[in-house]
Design a protein around this ligand. Structure first.
Ligand code: PMP
Length: 286
C-alpha cells in the first residue's frame, strides 16, 4: 500500500503528492515546517509544535489557512490512513504558488502538507557509544538577519554546516553564533553536564527553541538536576563531564568526542543515561 500524503485537505498516494513548481516554498524556501513524532499512536507535544509553527508563520507573515484544531485532526487522519503508530510527521506550510519575483503578496494558496513516515534513526550503537562532533566554520545565522527561532524551509545555513561536518567524518556538526559562542548543531540542541548540573545555550544565543530541549529541561527539574541556560564557549564543551544532543528525531543522544577532545570518560555518562531513561519512560509508557 502506497503511503498517503496530506495536501490541503486531501490524501494522495505518495507518488501523486505534488505541488506547483511556482510555489515560493520551492523557489525561495519561503515557508515553515515542523518535525514531530508519534509514539504509540499519540502525537508527542503536538500543542507545542503547533504553537512554534504558528509563531514561525507569524514571523514571516504567512497566514496558515487552517485552525490548529484542523491541523491537529489532519495529522491524526494522515497517521491513521498510513497505520503509523510510532513514526515521524513532517508538517509543512508553503507560501503557495506565485510569480517569479520574491513578492509574497503575489502568491496564493499556501500549501499545508503532512507527510507521515517511519523514522530513520541514528544507528542504535551510536546511542550506546556516543557521537563525535566537529565545530564547523559556518556560523549559525545572525539572529538580526534571519532568526534561528523561525523554523523555515530555508535550511541552507544548517546544510552548509552539515556538509562541513560530513567532510570531517562527523554525522553532526557544532555551530557557533556570531559572537563565537556555542549555538546548536545542524538539527539538534546541545547540553553539557558539569558538577552534576546541566548547561545549555540560552535562546538568545540564536538557536531554535527545541521542543525536546524543553522536555529535557522539565525532566531535569523532576530529577532535581539544576539547569543553567547560559552562554557557553567551546572550552566549556571540551572540559564538560558529559555532553548530549536533543531533537525530535534524535531524541537524546550522547556525545563523546568534540574536535578530537574526548568528553569526560569517553563513554555516555550517568546524567545523560538517566535522562535518556526518563525520556524513554515519558514517550513509551503511555
Ligand atoms: N535545532 C535545529 C536547527 C533543528 O532543526 C532542530 C530540529 N527541529 C532542533 C534544534 C531540535 O528541535 P526539536 O527538539 O523541536 O526537534
Amino acid at each position: 500500500m502506497a503511503l498517503k500524503v496530506y495536501i490541503n485537505g486531501q490524501l494522495y498516494d505518495k507518488q501523486d503528492a505534488k505541488i506547483s513548481v511556482y510555489d515560493h516554498g520551492l523557489l525561495y524556501g519561503d515557508g515553515v515546517f515542523e518535525g514531530i513524532r508519534s509514539y504509540g499512536g499519540r502525537v508527542f507535544r503536538l500543542e507545542q509544535h503547533l504553537e512554534r509553527l504558528w509563531e514561525s508563520a507569524r514571523a514571516i507573515r504567512l497566514e496558515i489557512p487552517l485552525t490548529r484544531q484542523a491541523v491537529s485532526e489532519a495529522i491524526y487522519q494522515t497517521l491513521r490512513a498510513n497505520q503509523i503508530e510510532d513514526g515521524y510527521i513532517r508538517l509543512v506550510v508553503t507560501r503557495g504558488a506565485g510569480t517569479l519575483g520574491l513578492d509574497p503578496n503575489r502568491t496564493s494558496d499556501p500549501q499545508v502538507i503532512i507527510i507521515t513516515d517511519h523514522i530513520a534513526l541514528y544507528p542504535r550503537e551510536l546511542y550506546e557509544r556516543g557521537l563525535e562532533l566537529v565545530t564547523v566554520a559556518t556560523l549559525r545565522n545572525h539572529p538580526a538577519a534571519l532568526s534561528p527561532r523561525i523554523k523555515s524551509l530555508n535550511y541552507l545555513n544548517n546544510i552548509l554546516a552539515k556538509l562541513e561536518g560530513l567532510q570531517a567524518g562527523c554525522s553532526e556538526a557544532l555551530m557557533l553564533n556570531f559572537k563565537g559562542e556555542v549555538a546548536e548543531c545542524t538539527g539538534d540542541n546541545i547540553f553539557l553536564v558539569r558538577g552534576g548540573a546541566l548547561y545549555t545555550p540560552p535562546l538568545d544565543a540564536g538557536i531554535l527553541a527545541g521542543i525536546t530541549r524543553g522536555v529535557v529541561i522539565e525532566l531535569a527539574a523532576e530529577a532535581g538536576i539544576s539547569v543553567h541556560e547560559v552562554p557557553l564557549l567551546r572550552h566549556d564543551v571540551y572540559v564538560a563531564e558529559e555532553c548530549f544532543l536533543t531533537g525530535t528525531a534524535a531524541e537524546i543522544i550522547p556525545v563523546v568526542k568534540v574536535d578530537q577532545r574526548t568528553i569526560g570518560s569517553g563513554s555516555p555518562g550517568p546524567v545523560t543515561r538517566s535522562l535518556m531513561e526518563r525520556f524513554h519512560q515519558l514517550t513509551r509508557s503511555g
